[in-house]
Design a binder for this molecule. Sequence first.
Ligand SMILES: [Mg+2]
Length: 422
Amino acid sequence: MTVFAIVDCNNFYVSCERVFNPALNGKPVIVLSNNDGCAVARSNEVKKLGIGMGSPVFKQKDTIEKHGIHVFSSNYALYGDMSRRVVQVLSEFSQDLEVYSIDESFLDISRVRPDRRTAFGRTLMATVKKFTGIPVSVGMARTKTLSKIAVRLAKKSAKADGVLDLTDPRHHDRALELTPVDDVWGVGWRYAKFLKVYGIANARQLRDADRTFIRKKMGVNGTRLIDELKGVSCYPLDRNPSQKKNITVSRSFGHAVTNLDGLREAVTSYAARGAEKLRREKLTAGLVTVFIMTDRFKPESFYYNTKTLRLAAPTSNSPEIIGAALAGLAEILRPDSLYKKAGIYLTELGPASMVQTVLFDPVDRERSARLMASLDAINTAMGKNTLTYASAGLSPSRPWHGMFNHRSPAWTTRWDQLPRVK
Ligand SMILES: [Mg+2]
């Protein structure tokens, strides 16, 4: 029988900030969402102060000042790179690994001897900490859902101290009782609200609920949930998470953008970024969609529009994708509007090797592929946006950039921001 381990990074974004700024250890820290809107990661000290996940930061000004909370804008270049390093360490322990999210991975640890599991968990924890500086917790069980319950308790229980082996069914009743139904993997807040109305408030009550009733109300995913809570695995390890179905690049603007030039610059840079992502994944796109929207909190003047264009042939070539996005933008742009957000979607993705060439193709594909490869190589070596497209704008201050007033440096991914040892 399979045994799953989930390795979950503790307060991941906060921990990433602390790795490069150890003075923050033991201090209250929050990391904000894009545009510095609300808290998306909180240190334990902040959790104790009662600042909730997703809590708007402007409502917390007094608390932040009073307790000297350190506030950071999100720094996804740093978090993405730290995440990759954690996965690299984990893959040394088990080749059977599923990267589930930026801060969580599932491992198949069936081969670890039952009496060695907790020690194995401790070794994982210590090794990840030693090589990346990131603290993690480990939950182990016969199903993914139970392992998620285990890791949650591992963090909360002083006795578990970060590692909990929940493979023995004798411990299930108690563990499941301690888990509110809202915290069961895959139960969204809507279902949680509904289940509580029927007296199902914790995971044990959900496991023991009437199967027909759950099937009727939650469908097949509901009965799978019951099985998983009983220790019958329904969700195997996904070793190659399915190929990306689409790529989205969009941002809310720090300040509303009115002029055509500003929007063109923003859309150019998003399209260029999307094309870069395609090339990194060795994919091409068949369709480019561009969208723009005004402030959704001003319904009287709200405007949203989108335009999809088909590319001459599936491609990952930046100029072609930028060209299509700008052509789409010209069709939907309405002057005299205050735009708050714009973005692009790339869809109909396929592997780069499968592209059928078009007769009378206006683009010399081999030459443009070489050009794109040099562009990516330079930007990788010299830092993001060393080479950009002129239509992305050259002025250093770009009003359409998001607001990141408290962002830490990209310590690990930009040469010009490497930490210095004094
Ligand atoms: Mg986490």
